[in-house]
Design a protein around this ligand. Structure first.
Ligand SMILES: *Cc1c(COP(=O)(O)O)cnc(C)c1O
Length: 397
């Protein structure tokens, strides 16, 4: 048996691998430098072009590009009319921003449990969380896999809830053949560098509703409009603009838009490679009884953002922490996605207690994310598989 690096053996990797990273080529660099030489660094033609492109990619009628995915969630929650006294149902297995956007509006996040096989929010648990105060659902396509949209949309229709889909992980994913982005009342995206396509920092909200779109446009730019039809006191003065609503400065710059436009040209290529890597991991790990493979619902044709390695703890002699450290010693810098949101001390201070979502808590104790990004070579992927096999072999009961 091979000795793991953490016990004094030789590490498999001399150059470490992280769980995610961006891929930037010469076209991306050219797009950015061209923008720097242009007339506009913000509020110019590239943001408009980007919004049109995101509509084309997602099949949505309208899109507002914003400064990051958290801003996208914030204005989506405000556009949905969420306010003090309201409750919004979301998953605990997500980045904190999916729930923080509810706090920003003075409302209360309510955490539904996950499906233990797909790791996405469980529609039955959503139903069990509904109260007279429930106003919306923030459903997260965790790892890139689409949530059970038919079931969740039916619940939202029945109880008159707004459905916000947090698609920070799922650009490029299809649900029943349709791209993510036009299937909820509003869909939010993030273009942080670990996500499938990046703007450095960036985000967007897509919707098919003109009414929501008009609200989102105001919210992302100070509540100020130049559209005379929207004004209370329109004048002929050429300089006149009017603040008709509440809003922020959540604009994306032209530089970021140019980078993202160039990245979106590679979305299919990125998506294909991510699927190949996931297929290789799945094929190797499904032969290992000590591991649980994430189950895919047949409706989702997934562009995976994260690859979750889940240990069957009862079949191993090591803890998740020991396995995580052993991966690190071999040269794989993993991460855990995610701590259940309500375990964060801020949420604890708001009165949330452990034990709320047993499936989510159990999931959290057993997982870590393996490297998954476009520029991983087949040799890198083979190294990861070899390392996981070696460690399982060492630690299995
Ligand atoms: C990354 C992420 C966000 C936040 O996006 P930012 O662009 O970093 O603000 C929100 N939700 C989920 C699920 C994410 O992974």
């Amino acid at each position: 048996m091979e000795i793991p690096a953490i016990c004094g053996g030789t590490p498999v990797r001399t150059t470490p691998l992280s769980y995610g990273r961006q891929f930037i080529d010469d076209q991306d660099i050219q797009a950015v430098t061209d923008t720097l030489k242009s007339d506009y660094l913000t509020c110019g033609p590239r943001v408009t072009q980007l919004e049109e492109k995101l509509c084309a990619v997602t099949g949505a009628k309208y899109c507002v590009a914003v400064s990051n995915g958290t801003a996208a969630l914030h204005i989506a929650a405000l556009a949905a009319g969420i306010g003090p006294g309201d409750e919004v149902i979301t998953t605990p297995i997500t980045f904190a921003a999916s729930a923080n956007c509810v706090l920003y509006c003075g409302a209360r996040p309510v955490f539904a449990d996950i499906n233990p096989a797909t790791y996405n929010i469980d529609p039955a648990s959503i139903r069990a969380c509904i109260s007279p105060r429930t106003k919306a659902v923030v459903a997260v396509d965790f790892t890139g896999q689409a949530v059970e949209l038919d079931e969740i949309r039916a619940i939202c229709r029945e109880y008159h809830l707004t459905l916000i889909e947090d698609a920070a992980h799922s650009i490029g994913t299809l649900y029943k053949g349709q791209p993510i982005g036009s299937l909820a009342d509003m869909t939010t995206f993030s273009f942080h560098p670990v996500k499938t396509v990046t703007a450095g920092e960036g985000g967007a909200v897509t919707t098919n509703s003109k009414e929501l779109y008009d609200k989102l446009v105001l919210l992302h730019a100070h509540g100020i409009t130049r559209d005379r039809d929207q004004m209370e006191h329109p004048t002929d003065d050429p300089w006149y603009n009017e603040q008709v609503g509440y809003g922020f400065n959540y604009r994306l710059t032209e530089i970021q838009a140019a980078l993202l436009l160039s990245q979106l040209n590679k979305l299919e290529q990125f998506s294909r490679r991510r699927k190949e890597i996931v297929a290789r991991y799945d094929a190797a790990f499904s032969r290992i009884p000590q591991l649980q493979i994430q189950r895919e619902i047949p409706q989702s044709d997934t562009t995976r953002h994260l690859y979750i390695l889940r240990l069957r703890s009862d079949m191993l002699r090591c803890s998740r922490r020991e396995f995580f450290d052993a991966l690190g010693a071999e040269g794989i810098h993993s991460q855990v996605h995610y701590l259940p949101v309500y375990w964060h001390s801020h949420y604890e201070s708001l009165g949330y207690e452990k034990g709320l979502c047993p499936q989510a808590e159990r999931y959290y104790q057993e997982v870590m994310s393996l490297p998954l990004y476009y520029s991983l070579t087949n040799q890198d992927v083979n190294d990861v598989i070899y390392i996981v096999e070696k460690l399982i072999d060492y630690y299995k009961k």
